[in-house]
Design a binder for this molecule. Sequence first.
Ligand code: ADP
Length: 155
Amino acid sequence: MSKIALFPGSFDPFTKGHENIINRALPLFDLIIIAIGRNSSKGSFFSLEKRLAMIRHLYRDESKVKVDHFDGLTVDYCKKAGAKYILRGLRTSSDFEYERAIAQTNRKMDPEIESVFLLTTPELTPINSTIVREIIRHGGDYSLFLPDGINPDDF
Ligand code: ADP
């Protein structure tokens, strides 16, 4: 049976931190689905289409990565996609508290789904999408934080 993991997030935008989690998780799974969850309470900076296009371009030659989006509960999407694992990255202790609540709730809803966490690579710890959005908004050099070759203006 193939090991399918879901990497859910807003990815607004997808950063070097996210890329690092994917690259390190690839040897662990047969397929990773990067899925943009549409958060009902949060508007987005980049449109869904642009975020999908940027991530699809980045993994265009990686057959073990699929890119999708979903509305609703992560566990429901997992069931639909046949994913038994939810992949998340941990940067700080506040990430841990937040992720623990989500993972324990998800497990209560579907005990067959395991959440798997990778610790961030130390130098990527400060990268978060909120700060990157501010840098882009104010015309700063965001290329330090986005995956190599990814320029939002191209999509
Ligand atoms: P969400 O809105 O669901 O938190 P994000 O797009 O912010 O979505 O993040 C998706 C996942 O990537 C989360 O597990 C988050 O902790 C992780 N992540 C974000 N930035 C980094 C980083 N720099 N290093 C490692 N993991 C990260």
